[in-house]
Design a protein around this ligand. Structure first.
Ligand code: AMP
Length: 409
């Protein structure tokens, strides 16, 4: 089955055309036929990148007014003569990344009218994300009326958390009436890397207790007990938990109140601050990009050093906390742009985990970049691995499984 995977953000579109089937999933040889992205959707100088398997990457700038035009642009390239598709109808299904599935969705589902209504309702909980994700759905439904459409949620993997992990200490009516609770995000990534780790060991996810660390621009840690998420560091929104590129992670709500009372833009000002100006960017008063911060830290910039320290300290704290709630972990997994590529950050985090018996293999850690690799010694009591995430692959497989009626593993 050829599945188009769409990830629509507020000003970006990422897409992949993936060929998958029962046999390909079993042999782990699903094929990415083409992939690309549109950045700065809604502007006159949007950047379009596209690459077909085995071909050179293409890049161009042009006006792209909305998500529909962005998806059309992707289609024009996918169906160009000699392209990845001879006809748009060759796409049998579209898998959509949907950020918030609330308590309604515990797994991926085919989008029908009822599902659509529920996702629209959930826009209240994710006003920055769900409406954007749905724009991709509406556009692809128009462009591909015969294709089945499937929703894959960032939150659904965490729906197995027990109330003790997801309830906040607020009057209960806020949970019942306003649905204020911890939801957690990055679920597709945590699910993928935990599955991949088990697969590399010819076992099942249900055989392990794992702590997965998705460290990218957004960051979260997850405690996975025999295949089920039992706690995660992001909360009601993706602002909570670890220090991130531009989000603060854990912060005393009293500090937010204090600032909100003084901000002339009130809640709106705070939204901007907490989503776009905090985290690594806030602490360094410049960039939220870890590569740049590490470079500045190596050059002796004290603020950059502090930012790296806060970042690693939080990761260590959460791993410690999740090792406790899991009553011991069989392995710790790193993924995401930072987790997959920064041997320095991994080394600094592992230094704080010697009590868990973590013994880093410095050479293996230095060489592990963007590939599956164990980075601890054979003697290490808790093995630590780098597992590059592949959310698109999981979205394509979920889409295929939903349509074929195959249970999600
Ligand atoms: P993601 O959101 O998963 O794409 O991750 C983006 C983050 O990964 C940014 O902060 C990048 O600076 C960071 N990153 C990517 N490559 C490296 C690297 N080699 N060393 C440190 N950070 C990196």
């Amino acid at each position: 089955m050829r599945v188009l995977v769409l990830n629509c953000g507020s000003s970006s579109l990422k897409f992949q055309l993936i060929e998958t089937s029962r046999e390909q999933i079993a042999q782990n040889n699903d094929r990415v036929l083409a992939h690309g992205a549109v950045e700065r959707v809604g502007s006159d100088d949007a950047k379009f990148t596209y690459q077909m398997a085995g071909r050179e990457k293409e890049e161009k700038q042009q006006a792209v007014k909305d998500q529909k035009q962005a998806i059309q642009l992707a289609f024009d390239h996918l169906t160009a003569p000699g392209g990845a598709l001879s006809h748009p109808q060759d796409v049998e299904a579209v898998g959509h990344r949907i950020v918030h599935g609330g308590e309604a969705f515990h797994e991926s589902v085919i989008i029908d009218d009822r599902v659509l209504k529920d996702i629209e309702k959930l826009s209240d909980l994710a006003p920055l994300h769900n409406p954007e994700n749905l724009k991709g759905y509406y556009a692809s439904r128009e462009l591909l009326p015969d294709a089945k459409q499937v929703a894959v949620f960032d939150t659904s993997f965490h729906q197995t958390m027990p109330p003790r992990a997801y309830l906040y200490g607020l009057p209960y009516e806020f949970y019942e009436r306003d649905h204020i609770r911890k939801y957690g995000f990055h679920g597709t990534s945590h699910r993928y890397v935990s599955w991949r780790f088990a697969m590399l060991h010819q076992k099942k996810r249900a055989d392990y207790k794992l702590i997965t660390c998705h460290l990218g621009n957004g960051c979260s840690v997850c405690a996975i007990d025999h295949g089920k998420s039992i706690d995660t560091s992001m909360g009601f929104t993706p602002m909570d938990g670890l220090l991130m590129g531009t989000r603060p992670g854990e912060i005393d709500p009293g500090a937010v109140l204090y600032l909100a009372q003084r901000d002339p833009d009130g809640a709106q000002g705070m939204e901007k601050l907490l989503n776009h100006k905090a985290g690594l960017a806030g602490l360094t008063n410049s960039t939220g990009d870890m590569r740049d911060i590490q470079k500045r830290s190596a050059e002796g910039d004290q603020r950059a050093r502090d930012a790296v320290d806060v970042f690693c300290y939080r990761v260590i704290q959460f791993i410690g906390s999740y090792a406790t709630v899991l009553n011991g972990a069989d392995a710790i997994l790193f993924t995401g742009g930072i987790g997959e590529n920064s041997s320095e950050i991994r080394a600094q985090v592992c230094q704080g985990l010697t009590w868990l018996g973590v013994e880093l293999d410095a050479a293996a850690n230095d060489q592990a970049r963007g590939k599956d690799a164990r980075i601890t010694t054979e003697a290490s009591k808790t093995p630590v691995w780098v597992i590059p995430t592949d959310e698109e692959l999981l979205i394509a497989r979920d889409t295929f499984r939903c349509i074929e009626g195959i249970p999600h593993p």
